[in-house]
Design a protein around this ligand. Sequence first.
Ligand code: S3P
Length: 166
Amino acid sequence: MKNIILVGLPGCGKTTLGKLLAKRLNLSFIDCDEVIEETEKKAISKIFEEFGEDTFRGIETQTLRNLLTEQNAVIATGGGCVERRENFEILKKLGTVVFINRPFESIIGDIDISKRPLLTGRKARLYTLSERRMPLYKDVCDLEITGDDDPDILVDKILDEVKKNG
Ligand code: S3P
């Protein structure tokens, strides 16, 4: 089976849904941010603090590229992976790209900003990120899942769509 790649805004549920999806399909689960933290031996927030966003984006691109050897995996990406155009081709090669389009009001209502350096102390910035990234997620994805249902129901929706997509 092709890998399933989850993209979407921070707080849309990529990690939660990815873990459930992997369990249901008996695939492995890979969280791109976790891989970065393990290889860099640093929290994402520390990488931003010490080296800035540009350096983080470079590490993110390299990490995505390194994942090209993976098979039978569900991969949750960082919300900003669409900020670099060169990542589009990598994401496409990685597998079926699924955009988790959770309603903005729901995300802003319950997002934990403590571990998200771009939003620290400025939760409203999510609005700007959403405006800029929404067309990018739509552009890169093969499938789009909308709604704010229970995670198990969203996983059913994803599975239905993935099957239809072949
Ligand atoms: C980022 C989102 C984060 C993480 C980093 C940058 C972004 O991932 O990659 O803090 O630019 O939106 P999540 O989408 O899992 O929060």
